[in-house]
Design a protein around this ligand. Structure first.
Ligand SMILES: [Zn+2]
Ligand SMILES: [Zn+2]
Length: 337
């Protein structure tokens, strides 16, 4: 492994363990620093023990570079790999049945890697397809896509799909649900997308009756395929209480309008909680197991959602990403017409 590859791998693993962003940034800075230094000077300094004297290279990043130069395979990187493993529990068999991931972000919005890198990672972990679901325009904090930029992204997708075939990158978006349940994207654009995830990102504390109406209205929209991170709870850090709504009504709507309930695998979200997922199973709702990855390493998080799905008795046939891309597309097309 070259120092460039070792730093890349370290970033992947740090994202996999949801390391703080300043830590990830330190490794990205080190990448820039050695790119400027060049391979020969990097090797020379690593061997001489003076690599950390270079601006932008610290103790940990210096260790990873030095290990790469000396071919050490039981150092910082090995420990990080070990520590960041995503354990496969009861959901192991189900994980093997998943053919794609329907929710992830790229540098088109607030993701940390280009679409191409995200697609390559999805391919590497064994998927047949991935859906590009960057944020819609209203989420300015996440650099959400305007209609114009979405059209540009669709062009990029077309080119990438030629290069990646038979692996497929499906066109999608994580569309913001407005307070009245309407969506942050025009109907004609929604119709151009293969898979639409709709999520609530604002006014999370609105009264339950209003939130129920808001979610049901979105779920009933024929263009919406998946209801993203439904409670919006955060279970780590300072945490965030789940939004309040009538879950029976929301699941009844998901069942009626064939909108899948997302199991969001992000460790800080773990949404929905198990009692809600069991309720969704009772309503025989479709389910999507999504990572909501914002970096390549996070695409391995599906294992968490698989464990939860098995614990809650979800039928694999009802999980839309156990289907092939063709089956998924046939389903989304049929329900939006
Ligand atoms: Zn979201
Ligand atoms: Zn998302």
């Amino acid at each position: 492994m070259t120092p460039v590859e070792a730093l890349e791998r370290a970033i992947y693993l740090l994202d996999r363990e949801l390391a703080p962003s300043n830590k990830v940034r330190a490794f990205k800075n080190a990448q820039d620093a050695i790119a400027e230094l060049g391979p020969d000077e990097t090797a020379k300094r690593a061997k001489a023990g003076t690599i950390t004297e270079v601006d932008g290279i610290g103790k940990s990043t210096g260790a990873v570079i030095t290990e790469a130069i000396h071919g050490i395979d039981d150092g910082y990187l090995a420990k990080l790999d070990d520590r960041s493993q995503v354990p496969l529990g009861v959901g192991g068999e189900l994980r093997a049945q998943l053919k794609g991931d329907c929710h992830m972000h790229s540098t088109w919005s607030d993701g940390g890697a280009p679409l191409e890198t995200m697609a390559r990672t999805a391919q590497k972990i064994g998927h047949e397809y991935v859906v590009a679901t960057d944020h819609s325009a209203r989420l300015t904090i996440a650099h959400g896509l305007s209609e114009e930029r979405l059209v540009q992204q669709l062009d990029e997708l077309e080119a990438l799909n030629k290069a990646f075939s038979p692996f497929r990158i499906l066109a999608g978006m994580e569309v913001d649900i407005f307070e009245d349940g309407t969506l942050d994207l025009a109907d004609d654009m929604l119709a151009r997308l293969d898979v639409v995830v709709a999520s609530v990102h604002s006014k999370l504390k609105m009264p339950a009756a209003d939130m129920t109406r808001r979610m049901v209205t979105a779920v009933a929209n024929p263009h919406v395929d998946i209801l993203g991170h439904m409670t919006n709870r955060k279970v780590s850090g300072t945490g965030r209480a789940p939004s309040e709504f009538n879950a029976e009504m929301v699941f009844a709507a998901c069942k009626k309008f064939d909108t899948a309930v997302e199991i969001n695998c992000r460790p800080e979200r773990q949404d929905p909680p198990e009692e809600l997922l069991e309720l969704a199973v009772g309503w025989d709702c479709y389910i999507a197991i999504d990572t909501d990855a914002h970096a390549p390493g996070q695409m391995e998080w599906q294992a968490y959602g698989c464990d939860k799905a098995v614990r809650c008795g979800v039928d694999p046939d009802r999980i839309i990403n156990t289907w092939s891309a063709e089956e998924l597309l046939a389903w989304t097309t049929e329900k939006s017409t």
